[in-house]
Structures are given as structure tokens and as C-alpha cells.
Write a protein that binds this ligand. Structure first.
Ligand SMILES: Cc1cc2nc3c(=O)[nH]c(=O)nc-3n(C[C@H](O)[C@H](O)[C@H](O)COP(=O)(O)OP(=O)(O)OC[C@H]3O[C@@H](n4cnc5c(N)ncnc54)[C@H](O)[C@@H]3O)c2cc1C
Length: 323
């Protein structure tokens, strides 16, 4: 039997944003915690890589908006601890047709939760956002709290602080077996560990890990094409021009969102909130690249609504949603 000191308080499997934040909080609560990651860090094979994500309080459900108040505080605290900027407030412009019930629901939630926002008529939109072409009498809702998170930078900051707090991060160690019990035993490609608690934050790989334990969660993994579109006039859709993040609610079969040009100079990130089912091991496999219907939808959106961008993506990267 392992000596008590060899037993971790907690093991966390997967160093994406969920696993890193979980480990950070456990380490802050003085737990002896071990974070295991199958790939060498940093890596781009999961869901948390890349330089940017949108953060917002504009949700239809009250509980998400309430939860986001706490999230913003946590991000601000992490920025202070890391001594670096991880968040930039840009505002988020939600767009929809006048009849869209989702827009009204979100606006009601923001009002009820006391979140700073503004409703914009078609006329307001045309005046305020001359770079956007409104073709269907769209109306807007501006979430003043919306902004961009620096994703890769945040992962790095968290991993650094975890180690400062006494936690351990082991990358390049894939978990290959979990033996339930008290303590639980976790076998990786290199070693065997024991812990009093186990947290699985394996994103798209979750069911692969759970399968041998006879557990299957109703999860679906979608491949997302992350597209970057070149500005015809450099800077016209940039953060420095105070261009906001955008979220189109009913301008295509699924949501379309965009982030102002910042991470790649002169390129705005615009993505479709849907994709094909994918096995996480095959996300980047060339033979699965043929279906790019979602990119065609984005091309139409850009051509119709963002005339200052070239209507073909300059860069396409990949990511996954697990829903
Ligand atoms: C294109 C795109 C845009 C997005 N935009 C936004 C946005 O604007 N705002 C927002 O809030 N969210 C956004 N998201 C969602 C957000 O990025 C994800 O919800 C989040 O990154 C999920 O993190 P995770 O830690 O659960 O998963 P992952 O990042 O996938 O982490 C899981 C980790 O587990 C590891 N792992 C798996 N199996 C094992 C094993 N056996 N042993 C060891 N390690 C293992 C993996 O290697 C991986 O590192 C976006 C996602 C994508 C793809």
C-alpha cells in the first residue's frame, strides 16, 4: 500500500481551461494537487488553445448572467496575481432580426440583473457601425461588459501560478487507466498515482476515459473551423478602432460570432457556432476536411454584412466544441 504522503489530495485530468482553473482553485485551498496532461504544453489539439475568446454577460438564462459576475471577478483576480492583462473590454454587439425572441429574452435578463446594456434600432446601428451592412432590418443589443479574453496567455498564467502555489503540472502523460477506490489509482503512460479525489476535465476525450468505467455521458464533439478574414483597409475592424465583438443570433441557421482584429494583425476572427461531429483524434486529419459547408455560410455572412473584409478566409484553424 502507498504511504499516506504519496497520496495526492486531488488529481485533475486534462490541462485545458477547465482543468487549469480547477487545479488553480484546489491549490489555492492548500490541496496537494496534480494536473495531468496527455500532450506537451502548450498544445493546440483540444478546445482551449488560440489567443482569444469572447466573455460576456449577455445570456438568456439568469443563472449564467449571475455566474458571469463572479467569473469577471475571478479573471480580474487572476490578472492581478499574474501581473499581466488577460482581458480587454470591447463590448459585444448582438444582432438579430426585429422578430427574434432570443434578443428580447437576453435584454430582459440583462435588465433584471442590472447589467449595463443598450438597445439599438436599425437607424442607430447604421449610424454607430458604418462598417457593418444591415440588410434585413436588424436590430442590436450592446452588452457593455462584453470583451475578449487572451486564452493562451491565461492558460500559461494559470499553469505558472499553480506551480507557485505548490501544485504540480505533469504534461506529456496520458492517463490510460483509472482504478476507482479510496484512494483512486490513476495510471499514465509513465507512472501510477493515487489520490483521495479525482476530477476529469478531459473535454472531447471525456467519454474515452469514462468508457472503461462503464460510464457514458451524452456528449457530442463538433469540429469548429476557426476563420480569420483580412481587412481591406487595415485597422477598420480592429480593437484600436473600438470595433466590438459581434454575435449574430438569427442571421444563419446557427449563431455567427466575431472578434475585432487583434491577434493576427489585419485579420478579424469570425466563426460559425456549429460543425461536424468529430472524433478528437481525427480533428486535424486531412481526409476529414472535405465538408466545409459552414465556411460557405461564413463567406455569405461576411460578403453581406462586413463589406470591409475580403469574403474568403485567409487563415483557417481548428478547434472542438463538446456539447
Ligand atoms: C473555436 C472556438 C471558439 C470558442 N469561443 C468561445 C468564446 O468565445 N467564449 C467562451 O466562453 N468559450 C468559447 N469556446 C469554448 C471554450 O473554449 C471551451 O468550452 C473550453 O476551452 C473547454 O475547455 P476544456 O478544458 O473543457 O477542454 P480542452 O481544452 O479540450 O481540455 C481537455 C484537456 O484534456 C486533455 N486530456 C484528454 N484526455 C486525456 C488523458 N487521457 N490524459 C491526460 N490528458 C487528457 C486534453 O489533451 C486537453 O488538453 C470556444 C471554443 C472553440 C473551439
Amino acid at each position: 500500500m502507498a504511504a499516506q504522503t504519496d497520496i495526492w489530495d486531488a488529481i485533475v485530468i486534462g490541462a485545458g481551461i477547465q482543468g487549469c482553473f480547477t487545479t488553480y482553485h484546489l491549490a489555492k485551498h492548500s490541496k496537494r494537487v496534480l494536473l495531468l496532461e496527455q500532450f506537451f504544453l502548450p498544445h493546440s489539439r483540444g478546445s482551449s488553445h488560440g489567443q482569444s475568446r469572447i466573455i460576456r454577460k449577455a445570456y438568456p438564462e439568469d443563472f449564467y448572467t449571475r455566474m458571469m459576475k463572479e467569473c469577471y471577478q475571478t479573471w480580474a483576480q487572476l490578472e492581478r496575481e499574474a501581473g499581466t492583462q488577460l482581458h480587454r473590454q470591447t463590448e459585444l454587439l448582438l444582432l438579430g432580426t426585429k422578430e427574434n425572441p432570443g434578443l428580447k429574452t437576453i435584454q430582459t435578463t440583462l435588465s433584471r440583473q442590472g447589467i449595463d446594456h443598450e438597445c439599438l434600432s436599425s437607424v442607430d446601428l447604421k449610424q454607430r457601425f458604418p462598417n457593418i451592412r444591415f440588410t434585413r432590418g436588424e436590430v442590436g443589443l450592446l452588452d457593455k461588459t462584453g470583451g475578449v479574453l487572451y486564452a493562451d496567455k491565461a492558460l500559461r498564467a494559470l499553469q505558472h501560478i499553480i506551480c507557485q502555489l505548490g501544485g504540480t503540472v505533469c504534461d506529456g502523460e496520458k492517463v490510460v487507466e483509472i482504478r476507482p477506490g479510496l484512494p483512486v489509482t490513476v495510471k499514465t503512460t509513465l507512472k501510477s498515482y493515487q489520490a483521495n479525489s479525482l476530477v476529469i476535465t478531459a473535454g472531447p476525450w471525456t467519454n474515452r476515459i469514462l468508457h472503461p468505467l462503464g460510464i457514458e455521458l451524452p456528449l457530442q464533439t463538433l469540429r469548429i473551423n476557426v476563420c480569420y478574414w483580412r481587412e481591406k483597409v487595415p485597422g477598420s475592424y480592429g480593437v484600436s478602432q473600438a470595433f466590438p465583438c459581434i454575435l449574430g443570433l438569427d442571421l444563419a441557421p446557427h449563431h455567427i460570432y466575431g472578434l475585432p482584429a487583434s491577434e493576427y494583425p489585419g485579420l478579424m476572427k469570425i466563426c460559425y457556432h456549429h460543425g461536424d461531429n468529430v472524433d478528437p483524434e481525427e480533428r486535424d486529419c486531412p481526409k476529414t476536411f472535405s465538408d466545409i459547408q459552414d465556411v460557405q455560410i461564413l463567406c455569405h455572412f461576411v460578403r453581406d454584412h462586413l463589406p470591409g473584409l475580403r469574403a474568403e478566409p485567409d487563415i483557417m484553424e481548428r478547434c472542438m466544441y463538446t456539447v
